[in-house]
Write a new protein. Structure first.
Length: 249
């Protein structure tokens, strides 16, 4: 078999992921990171920034239908741990466009982000709805695009729930966890956030509030309205400040 024939066989046997890597001229490790967890490391002469995307539905213990765009928490959690421990990564940029999803999976990711020492910046594009709200505020500084929105509503059940006092108490405690997390990681109080959760007359067939870009900043939920370039510049400024601070061993 000649060289040309060999090449045809090898190309035919390449996986879909490998072909995609060829198209983007990315190395296999970078391509795998993009495919599996929507993350990529951006390097320049001074900074190494990990960009992580949280898109679609936050998937928890139960897999979503294959046609759904999802962010899998079992991919994101180890990625966050790796970022925090990797001395070659200076900071984390999180880009969100999510409809929400599994509450406990979302809170688990948000808690990890909030506990990171490295500089972190989030940018909400399109939407940061439901459990996407704690994920957005978990970064040390948050941006929202002017055209983006965030939907705040009570904890819901997607399955059969017994209409007994214990069920209502469980949902109340879950809502309190979210309210307190958001209050502790933004400039809004738990009481104000809960009032937005329980607003009536704004959402059809539901209670809650929709906040567009500047309104999310006005109520203290998000730090600034901004773009990708502003988010990157803010992160670089935070990295510089972090480098100047004495680090505890």
């Amino acid at each position: 078999m000649n060289i040309e024939a060999n090449n045809r066989v090898e190309n035919k046997n390449k996986t879909k992921k490998e072909k995609k890597c060829d198209n983007y001229e990315a190395n296999s490790e970078e391509c795998e990171a993009i495919e599996d967890s929507g993350s990529v490391i951006v390097n320049d002469s001074k900074y190494s920034i990990q960009c992580l995307t949280i898109i679609g539905e936050i998937e928890g213990h139960i897999e979503s239908p294959p046609q759904n765009k999802t962010t899998k928490y079992e991919h994101v959690i180890p990625r966050l741990v790796s970022i925090e421990e990797n001395e070659n990564i200076d900071g984390l940029l999180v880009i969100l466009n999510t409809v929400g999803g599994d509450i406990e999976a979302g809170l688990a990711i948000a808690e990890l982000m909030a506990g990171m020492k490295k500089p972190t910046v989030s940018l909400v594009l399109g939407g940061g709805h439901s459990i996407g709200v704690p994920l957005a505020v978990a970064a040390k500084y948050s941006f929202i695009a002017n055209s983006a929105s965030m939907t705040i509503h009570p904890v819901r059940s997607t399955g059969l729930t017994l209409g007994v006092r214990q069920s209502f108490e469980y949902f109340k405690r879950m809502q309190d966890r979210i309210n307190n997390f958001v209050a502790n990681n933004s400039h809004i109080t738990a009481e104000k956030y809960n009032s937005l959760v329980m607003t009536t007359g704004e959402l059809v067939m539901d209670v809650g509030t929709v906040l567009e870009g500047s309104k999310a900043v006005e109520v203290g939920l998000i730090d600034s309205v901004g773009t990708l370039s502003l988010a990157l510049q803010k992160l670089k400024d935070m990295i510089e400040e972090f480098r100047r601070e004495p680090q505890k061993s």
